[in-house]
Design a binder for this molecule. Structure first.
Ligand code: G4P
Length: 286
């Protein structure tokens, strides 16, 4: 049975308060999400708070996500009033557009400063994201060799981790760890499948069966090609039977856990192509 992951309200409240406190120090929030999970890798509790600020969604790991669905998500976010940008921090793609998007978002404020004689205003941005979305990779890329951690210096409040970039933006990293909020077991499955939460939390066969079901519904071609399956292989079997058949096909006898781990690994390593696990609209129908 698929269980909802336990979630600690105390931890979340602490993170929420820390984000809330620091919001007044910044001009804009950069919310980093996994492009394969633009819904499930967001934290709804934080969304409510950051709504008070200018805000950009960074869809990272876009190299792993289905480009058509990424485009749909960008439209979806735009319709909700938030601009988003796709990047691939691992291969340093798209990050140069972050600066121009931030400047567009803050155009009024920057113009106001310039009209008052303040040139080269250094924008202050806070980065938030649940673990494993690639926040450190993005911060390292943006900061580059010019890293200057200004926290714990005179005049800078203790425990604030400010990073200086050479693109006119100072970045405030969020303190602590912002765990995802997993009320919906499907969200837990998707986070497990992407590798965002530890593999030991869910049984591999639960995650693999979830993956096979999802692939049957959304990426049938990729599933068939990836594993050399025919229509009959899929339509004449339930998903657990399909997992059993694949286990045999892989030569793993009855080691369903091994086959499950392989399927999860194949999904993560693009053996079944670029996949996005969250579909815009899907979450609003239920
Ligand atoms: P975090 O601070 O948000 O927790 O994430 P972090 O930057 O540590 O990145 C988590 C993993 O995601 C790392 O992989 C990192 O290389 C990978 N990653 C970050 N951005 C991208 C991206 O745009 N595309 C892809 N494909 N991967 C990305 P790892 O397995 O921990 O390390 P490694 O495989 O890089 O050695």
């Amino acid at each position: 049975m698929v269980m909802a992951l336990q979630w600690y309200p105390g931890h979340m409240n602490k993170a929420k308060n820390q984000v809330q406190d620091r919001l007044k120090l910044v001009d804009i929030v950069l919310e980093i999400v996994d492009a394969r999970l633009p819904f499930s890798s967001r934290n709804p509790v934080l969304e409510q708070i950051i709504d008070q600020k200018k805000h950009i969604i960074i869809l990272n790991k876009s190299d792993l996500a289905d480009p058509k669905v990424t485009a749909d998500w960008k439209v979806n976010f735009q319709q909700e009033g938030t601009n988003s940008i796709e990047v691939d921090a691992k291969h340093d793609k798209g990050l140069n557009k972050i600066k121009s998007m931030i400047r567009t978002e803050l155009a009024e404020k920057i113009a106001r400063y310039e009209n008052n004689g303040v040139q080269n205003y250094r924008i202050k941005a806070m980065c938030i994201g649940i673990p494993n979305v690639g926040k450190s990779t993005i911060l390292n890329r943006l900061v580059g060799k010019n890293v200057a951690i200004t926290g714990n210096k005179p005049g800078v409040t203790k425990n604030q981790n400010w990073l200086k970039t050479n693109i006119g933006i100072d970045l405030l990293d969020t303190p602590g760890i912002l765990w995802p909020k997993i009320d919906d077991p499907k969200v837990g499955m998707k986070l497990a499948l992407s590798g965002a939460i530890k593999d030991k939390i869910y049984a591999p066969d639960d995650v693999a069966i979830y993956a096979l079901n999802f692939l049957e519904a959304h990426y049938m071609d990729q599933l068939q090609k990836g594993y050399g399956l025919t229509n009959a292989d899929i339509f004449n079997h339930t998903t657990p039977e399909l997992l059993m058949d694949l286990t045999k096909k892989f030569g793993y006898r009855e080691d369903y856990d091994r086959a499950s781990r392989r399927i999860i690994d194949d999904v993560r390593k693009l053996k079944l192509g670029r996949l996005t696990f969250d579909v815009p609209g899907e979450f609003y129908e239920e």
